[in-house]
Design a protein around this ligand. Structure first.
Ligand code: NAD
Length: 482
């Protein structure tokens, strides 16, 4: 078991840990609000120091490092992470309040991200271009190379503190860039453990720099600095779009929130669909950007589906995230839980009914199903980011497509039907970055192109896509005639 009394993390700049003993921020266990450690937030001046260090290491080391070495560092890190999976999983459960089984799942995915990136480092290709397609291009040829950009600013949220950091750091290393990372201040320690693994695996000092602390003071100087060539952000729309405005001339990737629609037709395997929603709406207390939030159920099976889902949710076991038997845990803070509870109460005040759950105890909000909702209730139209699923009946395919698309968001969706023609028709018609057929919206593998449309963001992650995004295409033309 982890010893937590000594957890005190500073920022990491150029391989050195920077701590200010008079400047500390407590980190709480979301389950019982106990202090698990503290961070020493970076000063605004540290932002520039971290960027200049990252820039120096980029020019002196990383951009010259051969692909096989970058690949090897990532492979070694994957092996080390696999060996220390239990320690990492415990840290995730402790700092994020994630049930230990789910934390193990996050670590397993993180190992795969590192392995995909290790392979990706060796598969960065350009092309040869026939210049004689243009008049005058005879006796000349052109090639393209994919080259690293330089310093990448990465800003990450609390909900997958290891894997979402790796979605940025692993492809950045694979491509020979350097990184200044600002992890979520509520879940800082898994980043420190990862930093230590990367260092042990041979990542040059200063290739990854970490700025600890809340974003309010640190993010603007980070994303606007002229030496930062790309910004990659995962988090809320409020912060994401603000960053885009701060850095209008930079490459910016935004992985933001959603209120994922999932559609269940009467001909679906309803048992399988129920299990999928029971998982996809409530994993990590619904705190995933692709959590099932709006579940549209064909009217003829609506009541039966609600009953089945309620029965399924009664099996969840709430408890300490570190206990093996716990399948459902707290939200990240009591404030977040109070906000979720107030949205439930507001919906009920507007005529909605609670089929199960609806109550809060500290930071734990019961797994909740709401029926009789209207599309303009917050629990439906805003991002709920809590263990709350709204069930909405529908009559026709046309109507449900319109309802699913009636959202400012567009990240992932799910559609459940045995009719293959309809499955593809609906998948085509839904305006989201990704659609699952006979699977819930929350499903994600780390090599798939992942990213939303509309207010859910800009750009794609998934190793191959992040590698494209973290490299520039450079054209080199050659005159073959003396
Ligand atoms: P958040 O936006 O509050 O925080 C994300 C990061 O931004 C953190 O590092 C935080 O310190 C920083 N930040 C917060 N407020 C800031 C401010 N005013 N100025 C500058 N920086 C600031 O998000 P969160 O609560 O940590 O995470 C939840 C959100 O993330 C949800 O909206 C969820 O949908 C989204 N998310 C999206 C994806 C995706 O891949 N699309 C994945 C996970 C989470």
């Amino acid at each position: 078991m982890l010893q937590t009394e000594t957890l005190h993390a500073g920022s990491y700049i150029g391989g050195e840990e920077i701590k200010y003993n008079h400047r500390n921020l407590k980190v709480l266990n979301p389950y019982n609000q106990e202090v698990i450690g503290k961070i020493s937030p970076a000063l605004v001046d540290d932002v520039e120091k971290a960027i200049l260090n990252a820039d120096k290491v980029f020019h002196e080391t990383m951009k010259h490092m051969p692909a096989y070495e970058r690949s090897e560092i990532l492979r070694k890190t994957a092996d080390l992470l696999e060996k220390r999976a239990q320690k990492f999983a415990e840290m995730l459960s402790l700092e994020a309040g994630k049930p230990i089984q789910e934390s193990r799942g996050e670590v397993t995915r993180a190992v795969q991200v590192l392995r995909f990136a290790s392979e990706g480092a060796k598969s960065i290709y350009g092309e040869q271009i026939s210049l004689d397609s243009a008049i005058g291009g005879e006796n000349q040829m052109g090639v393209t190379k994919r080259i690293p950009l330089g310093v990448i600013a990465a800003i990450t949220p609390f909900n997958f503190p290891l894997n979402l950091v790796l979605h940025k750091v692993a492809p950045a290393i694979a491509t020979g860039n350097t990184v200044v990372l600002k992890p979520a201040e509520k879940t800082p320690f898994s980043s420190v453990l990862l930093y230590q693994l990367l260092e042990e695996a041979g990542l040059p000092k200063g290739a990854l720099n970490i700025l600890m602390g809340p974003g309010q003071e640190l993010v603007e100087p980070l994303v606007t600095h002229p030496k930062v060539r790309k910004v990659t952000f995962t988090g809320s729309g409020k912060v994401g779009w603000m960053i885009k405005e701060m850095a209008p001339r930079k490459r910016v990737t935004l992985e933001l929130g959603s209120n994922a629609p999932n559609i269940i037709f009467a001909d679906a395997d309803v048992e399988q669909a129920t299990q999928a929603i029971a998982m996809g709406g409530y994993t990590f207390a619904g705190q995933a950007c692709v959590s099932a939030q709006r579940v549209y159920v064909e009217r003829s099976i609506h009541d039966a589906f609600v009953k089945r889902l309620v029965t399924e949710l009664q099996k969840l076991k709430t408890g300490n995230p570190l206990d093996e038997g716990t399948s459902f845990g707290p939200m990240i803070t009591e404030d977040a839980a109070i906000r979720a509870e107030s949205w439930i109460n507001e919906a009920v005040g507007q005529g909605a009914k609670v089929a199960i759950g609806g109550k809060r105890d500290g930071a734990v909000v019961e797994p909740t199903v709401i029926t009789d909702v209207d599309p303009d209730m917050k629990v439906v139209c805003a991002e709920v980011f809590a263990p709350i699923v709204s069930i909405l009946p529908f009559e026709t395919e046309e109507e449900v497509i319109a309802s699913a698309n009636d959202s400012e968001f567009g990240l992932h969706a799910g559609v459940f039907t045995k009719d293959i023609y309809r499955a593809f028709r609906v998948a085509d018609a839904i305006d989201t970055g990704g659609v699952w057929i006979n699977e819930v919206s929350v499903r994600r593998y780390d090599h798939i192109p992942y990213g939303g449309v509309k207010n859910s963001g800009i750009g794609k992650e998934g190793i191959k896509y992040a590698i494209d995004d973290m490299t520039a295409i450079k054209f080199i033309g050659i005159n073959l005639k003396s």
